[in-house]
Design a protein around this ligand. Sequence first.
Ligand SMILES: [Zn+2]
Ligand SMILES: [Zn+2]
Length: 228
Amino acid sequence: MGQCLICQNWVSEQPSLAQLLMMASIHAPVLCRSCQQRFIRIEGPTCPICGRQQTKTTVCHDCLRWQKEGSLPLVNQALYQYNGAMKQFMHQYKFLGDYRLRQAFSAEIQARIKQRAGAMIVPIPVTPKTERTRGFNQVLGLLGNLTTTAALETRHVDKAIPQSSKNRQQRLLTEQPFQLTAGADKLIRGNRIVVVDDVYTTGRTLHHAAHLLKQAGALTVTSMTLAR
Ligand SMILES: [Zn+2]
Ligand SMILES: [Zn+2]
């Protein structure tokens, strides 16, 4: 018995019979039932590219925009809808720096990633400044003790030159928020990569990351996020 990480109420939940029969998958609940119920798992029809919950299985407007900009499709798998509860969760986890919250979804996201046997896991990095003030990288928090490859690091983006004065290639290059870490190209080449981030909003971050990894010779690049 412990306290819910979100509302601090006591969690007295007993494991179900099904959980008892699969001893390995038991972990004490860290959220109470009423907090859990506010998070909505993505199920049913989704955008076939980014994994957004929809009423149909057509390509969503964000993905159409990426197509129009000439970006290669990036297949993303997301676990939960980015609803009010999830936004509040991210606020408490990232901006208030409540590191305990990583436990709320880490088992689930790790189980999903383990299904991608043999894939190299590349987490989206945070800037050194963010890491200092927050004290952690929220993506690594979710990934727990899975083996990850720190292939990406943030780079300084020069915002001094107006975007309108650049062509698309220049824009992609100057907007690129990441660069490869030293020696990462050798690790990436020929590998299947799954890039992991906490939230997929417009997809910009993940598209930039995927672009860089493909350029470096990755065999395939897909992504996974906790929320979309
Ligand atoms: Zn609660
Ligand atoms: Zn989409």
